[in-house]
Design a protein around this ligand. Sequence first.
Ligand code: ADP
Ligand code: NA
Length: 309
Amino acid sequence: MPRCLVRGSIIKDFVRPGQTISSTELVKRLGGKGANQSVAIARAGGVVDFVGAIGSDGVGVRDDLKNAGVNVDQTRLVEESTGRAIIQVNAAGENSIILFKGANYASITPPPIHPDTTYMVFQNEVPLASTIEFLTLATASNIATVFNPSPMPTPDELRSFPFDKLTWLVVNEGEVSELCEALDVAVKTEGRDLVEDARKLVLGLAGRLPSTNIICTLGADGVLAKFRVSDDCVHLPAAKLQGPPLDTTGAGDCFTGYMVAGLMQLEEHGASEHIAVLQRAIQAAGMCVERAGAASSIPLSAEVESRLR
Ligand code: ADP
Ligand code: NA
């Protein structure tokens, strides 16, 4: 079985839903983009090794991650306290987050890489130097790489980032715009149509990063995909929800995890196979939005399949 290594963050989330002022409503749960994407890969049927760090107060969230089917043997126990986030979800399902990095910023030496590893996945909630170290290891071993630069690195960090080592870049509409600005990619957007503006930004960025596949998520407007083998940018609409959007927390991570698991399972790498993988990831992300919670709202692959039929 192909394996995926996620070098990323794990946090203890403290969530306060909107429409409530009672502190008894505070929900503690597993979070962090690295952990969430790992859970999504596992629920999608992929074999995943999570490489990150917790403090002694994080044994519970590490167990949660393990119970979700993620291999946590390379999750280190360090002196610092576990990373934390306080998430406020409003009535429209949008969220705002305050993040404490904690153990996620502890330095970690890379573990021996399992020989079956075909993908490595990164976000930006651990030191960027560590991401680059693992990225370099991946490229040396012919392992495909996926980077979701969230939260955005600084413009200086972006200018020196080794984008040539990236197989896949996953961004949202705000991130693609920041990337273009930092990398001096001049794009004129009109501010009328989100999808058209994002398409221009993605195509502009693709000109600068010719060896990278670029995926741009657009919330309720779906996804844009610019494959390196093709000159144009494909727009895929979002999934039809069965109710109102309840909680968008983790939808992007659910999408990225499902995308990675789908790519790992591909035997051929043509554009049409890639589109089918993205459509499954879009359906999974839509289901994540229909439910409260982040990691806990990531659907199982059988549930996703039944909605695609
Ligand atoms: P991020 O939180 O990383 O910015 P997005 O908001 O773009 O990510 O969401 C990721 C994906 O989740 C979208 O591409 C879409 O497929 C799905 N999604 C997000 N919001 C909605 C929504 N309101 N309705 C349907 N799908 C959604
Ligand atoms: Na959710």
